[in-house]
Design a protein around this ligand. Structure first.
Ligand code: BES
Ligand code: ZN
Ligand code: ZN
Length: 504
């Protein structure tokens, strides 16, 4: 975006509107509701009688078309009018999980979007640990109510102010709430960054956000500008940046546990393509490319995850490399046939400038590997092939170490940010052979998510490594459980959970 246009962005504009430390939602575990609630949701499981607080039987709810299926809502009119009562379906009683409650809280939060003061009554917890219950309810309420409104002149959204959670055993719920609030805040920061238009969030702006927020979250931040990237020999990110009027930035974040010897060292690398036009291999005109402002969703997810670590007492050290630039065509752009030299010296023939993600990632991976961390995890909106194979619900997971992949899968299961493992099939490596350089940035016609991962594998120096391709999951076309329309923040909660649980 031209500097003239940037000059008229109001100084009050923020790329992280969800992060307003002075206005936090007040969650409380209660044994009965106060008079403060505008609306109360009562969770109802399919195939069982609703709590008597609802005042209706399952038969009469069924007559109104409500069976307690996940995602169902029914407003129950009452003579007194307030508080409004909602029946919220949580799905079949025998298959209730933490995910059911997170999703139901999100549904309730949306159904009551006109109200600031909401209550939820959970009578059947299916013996879910009360701390976990508190956590997933808080996550659901916050993520379900999320809307990106920063650029609307009039916001139609009423922010949540208070949430009362009523369960039979409220012990533990309070501690869980605190965890959920932290996790959701990280995911919302990731969503904000990904939803922000490319003209409002350049690589330089992203770096400024990191510098502005670092102290609030106990992070050390180092920014590498173009000159520094030249010094570091990062030919990948510099090549991709060559066509852009905007400077690149590599944002290095470091979290160190406050006390004790760290239990391990995790390196994370995020794709931060602020806008992916395809470059000289220009993407054809398609409404889909409106989404390419979210091609920094991997970097945003890592940033969101790192905002949670101190507050959740993570005992591992985490070093993150966010590889930020846009990918633009111009007279100075990198071309097909160019050969780029990665950090560490490997040469790469550019066969398609739209396969830019792996080029910025290779420098980050090489720098990470030099630090000899215990594990490397990268996250990137890398391939259309991952979207084609797994759709918008499920990210592709690949890597060189099954133990690491299992730990990532466990973090995925705990957060309902779904992943599915694809093979790192070495037989396809030859598809990346180049006649003139060490490797090419383009594989064959098939197995695009795998060949992209095989490319990345060349830069991890054999260190245990997991790769998450979020091209499909970075956004949602509709409101659906914890996922709100627009950027999902996918990966922020998963990576936070992984960093908390990781053991060498
Ligand atoms: N950013 C895209 C991948 C993408 C596609 C993300 C759809 C989200 C939704 C990536 O840079 C890209 O363009 N990949 C190419 C690679 C190909 C040229 C080898 C692709 O997947 O088509
Ligand atoms: Zn691309
Ligand atoms: Zn891309």
């Amino acid at each position: 975006m031209s500097s003239a246009l940037r000059e008229i962005i109001p100084p009050t504009f923020t790329p992280v509107p969800s992060y307003q430390p002075e206005t936090v939602v007040d969650f409380t575990a209660v044994t009965s509701f106060s008079d403060n609630c505008d609306a109360i949701g009562i969770f109802v499981a399919a195939g069982s009688e609703p709590d008597q607080a609802l005042g209706l039987s399952s038969d009469s709810l069924a007559l109104a078309g409500f069976e307690g299926k996940e995602g169902q809502t029914l407003l129950i009119p009452s003579a007194s009018g307030t508080p409004l009562l909602y029946a919220i379906g949580v799905g079949a009683r025998e298959s209730l999980t933490a995910d059911s409650f997170r999703a139901a809280a999100a549904t309730l939060s949306r159904a009551t979007a006109k109200f600031a003061h909401v209550g939820v009554h959970v009578s059947e917890t299916h013996s879910l640990d009360s701390e976990l219950l508190g956590q997933v309810l808080a996550e659901g309420f916050l993520l379900g109510r999320y809307r990106y409104n920063e650029l609307k002149s009039e916001s139609t959204m009423v922010p949540l102010a208070t949430v009362e959670i009523m369960t039979a055993s409220s012990s533990g719920v309070t501690a869980g709430i605190a965890r959920g609030v932290i996790a959701a805040r990280g995911a919302m920061i990731a969503r904000d960054l990904a939803n922000t238009p490319p003209g409002h969030l350049t690589a330089t702006d992203f770096a400024d956000v990191a510098l502005r927020l670092k102290d609030d979250f106990g992070l050390e931040v180092t920014i590498a500008d173009k000159k520094k990237l030249v010094e570091l020999g990062c030919g990948g990110i510099l090549g991709v940046n060559a066509g852009s009027a905007e400077e690149p930035r590599m944002i290095t974040l470091r979290y160190t546990p406050e006390t004790g010897t760290p239990t391990g060292h995790i390196a994370m690398i995020g794709k931060g393509i602020m806008y992916d036009s395809g470059g000289i291999s220009l993407k054809p005109s398609d409404p889909m490319h409106l989404l390419m402002k979210m091609d920094m969703g991997g970097a945003a997810a890592i940033f969101g995850a790192l905002t949670t670590l101190r507050d959740r007492g993570c005992t591992n050290t985490v070093t993150a490399f966010l590889m930020c630039t846009d990918n633009m065509p111009s007279g100075s752009a990198y071309k097909l046939g160019d050969v780029l030299t990665a950090r560490g010296g490997k040469t790469v023939e550019v066969k398609n400038t739209d396969a830019e993600g792996r080029l910025v990632m290779m420098d980050g991976l090489a720098l990470a590997a030099e630090q000899k961390p215990d594990v490397i995890v990268d996250i990137a909106t890398l391939t259309g092939a991952a979207l084609m194979a797994l759709g918008p619900e499920c990210a592709a997971l690949l890597g060189n170490n099954q133990g690491v992949l299992d730990q990532l899968a466990a973090a995925s299961a705990a957060t309902d940010e779904k992943v599915w493992q694809l093979p790192l099939e070495k037989k396809y490596r030859k598809l990346l052979d180049s006649d003139i350089a060490d490797i090419a940035n383009l594989g064959g016609q098939f197995a695009g998510a795998t060949t992209a991962a095989l490319f990345l594998n060349e830069f991890v120096a054999g260190i245990p490594w997991g790769h998450i391709d979020i091209a499909g999951t970075m956004q949602s076309a509709e409101d659906d459980g914890w996922r709100s329309k627009g950027a999902t923040g996918f990966g922020a909660r998963l990576l936070s959970e992984f960093a908390l649980g990781f053991r060498v």
